[in-house]
Design a protein around this ligand. Sequence first.
Ligand code: NOJ
Ligand code: CA
Length: 699
Amino acid sequence: MTRTALFVLLLLIGNAIFAQKTLRTIHSPGKQTSVSVGLNKQGEIFYRIGYRNRPAMDWSRMGIVAKGYDFSTGFKLDGTSTLLHDETWKPVWGEVARIRDHYRELEYRLQNAAGNRMTIRFRVYNEGVGFRYEFPEQQGLNTLVVNDERTEFQMTGDHTAWWIPGDYGSNEHVYSTTKVSAIDCAHYERERNISTKNIVHAKNVQTPISMKMADGTHIALAEAALVDFGALHLEADPAKLKFKAFLIPSVDPGIKSKNSVPFHTPWRAVLLSPDAAGLLESKLILNLNEPCKIEDVSWIKPQKYVGVWWEMHVGLASWDYEGTQNAAFNTGARHGANTENVRRYLDFAAKYGFDGVLVEGWNVGWKNWYGQWSDEVFDFTKPYPDYDVEALSQYAREKGVRIIMHHETSSAVPSYERQMDAAYAYMNKYGMNAVKTGYVGKIIPRGELHDGQWMANHYLRVAERTAKNRIMVNMHESVRPSGLHRTWPNWLACEAARGQEFNAWSPGNPPEHECILPFTRILGGPMDYTPGIFETRMSTYDPKKKEVVHTTVAKQLALYVTLYSPLQMAADLPENYEKRLDVFQFIRDVPVDWDDTRVLHAAIGDHITTARRQKGTDNWFVGSITDENPREVTVALDFLKPGKTYEATLYADGEGAHWETNPYPVAISKRSVRRGDVLNIKLAAGGGCAVSLIDSRRP
Ligand code: NOJ
Ligand code: CA
């Protein structure tokens, strides 16, 4: 029997368990994807997903369990309606200039014997499915105390999965690659470098999670528009190859969220693609989010920045002025955020064309910040005595550079919320229009969690409040993004994954890490990964240190293209860049806003090659990266504009380059190319290649 015939047979058997009159099937506009939904005899809800004439997900349960109300059983179908939606919208910034939002929608309305109503809304796209639960206004049901979400995702085989553990307090883990049947988080207990690690269930994993099926089809499970709910994790059932929704709890572990009716949950998203590249090109998560809520977006600017930052992470400087910094971070090192040092960074930024200079450690409080539950530690309007905010903001203005504000909250959230208005007014007064926030440590109010409902609402409040003050925001240690930057495009990026900093003071990120991030964490939105490290060995700063960045220098350049973000840091020290200005040129040239993106080759965990066209020009930039294996990559320049000549500059791994033994060599070469030409690129072990393709007739 062919797989298609088997699929049809299974569909018929599956249908038999449902009351036929409740079964509905809808197809995506191009018919690639289908969703069927129905009720069994007990009035329980099941759905399944088909993709390209094969099952992509088998019959899986749905429903929400709330205190006093079970919205997962006892239902009768109350009616359905469908519609076709086709609209094209323009993001304020992004990987492409236009996005098509094209789906067929099914509204599946349910009612139980007590008269309680719930609607499930499905949106079926050619590249996947979104659905959410909606609770319309109804007699007697004013507040929903959600205890559990019953949604299941029944896989059709033992797929290869890329995942991190379902940690309540952190997403800063190294990825695992296993079969679904082998998911087990036990070894993550050995992780020592995450301060808020909180892994409660050995089989829970975070979303987004991506999987590859035996036939090469890729499936990712994610969420979109996380508003007023706990973040979506998944409880794996390795024996049954199944995942069940697991919501991050509140301070009371039984209460996952509390909502006022009418209410709807965030979208649950299933991304589908015939190959890995398609996952990276999918706009499903963005499409499931609400349009931009900011009327005047003229002040929102994708940007590159440098900062008083890496010098703290490598141990040359301290955040703390008093020199009493917790031993975990460089007791005794000089205070980095001093007026003279910041001037040096402002000069550097102005000279090489960077928009911003991040300054960490400028405000009082750092001597008490590290550890757990550090409350009322920071003052966001009070600089240290050696930081002349007046003089520096004046100097920045003269240089045409913006100082980027830093608000490390130490996770003392009520304290931060009380200070927010004053803090943003202070920024406006001194000409700062971007802030990096941070949430190191356990959350205050005590018992709340980084990814729970209370905090999800806080991050959103910060996005809204900064927008009101015309401020862009970059959040560290926040919940991972779910596409909300469509609605709040001032929310440029989040960290919310294991960033570059881990390479400075921990066993770090393995060479495959950056080949996994775009397929998992970054599916939900841009990451402030902070690429661009040229001096990869920490022994340079302290002979006792053994930490290294697991990369070649050429790969650091390629990351500016392969890890999409409208906010990119050149993270290394100015003096390291000034030693290699020829290599640094690529970081100066690479843009952060694009009209078009093509993922040319990709395999999760192995390699990625991406080409992007600079906003408003015909220039293209290519980044190619590999894991610990060397590779040869062919880049067909089919995307270049016909009839034009381009000057291509290649920044490739030089002779003998190797992430472990010889990270430094970069071979820079130039040539003239046209559409149809081919670049043959050699990537070293742990290496990469960056290419700029500049339209020669550019004015
Ligand atoms: C952790 C952040 O990820 C990092 O970028 C920052 O420097 C420190 N916290 C201090 O706030
Ligand atoms: Ca961090």
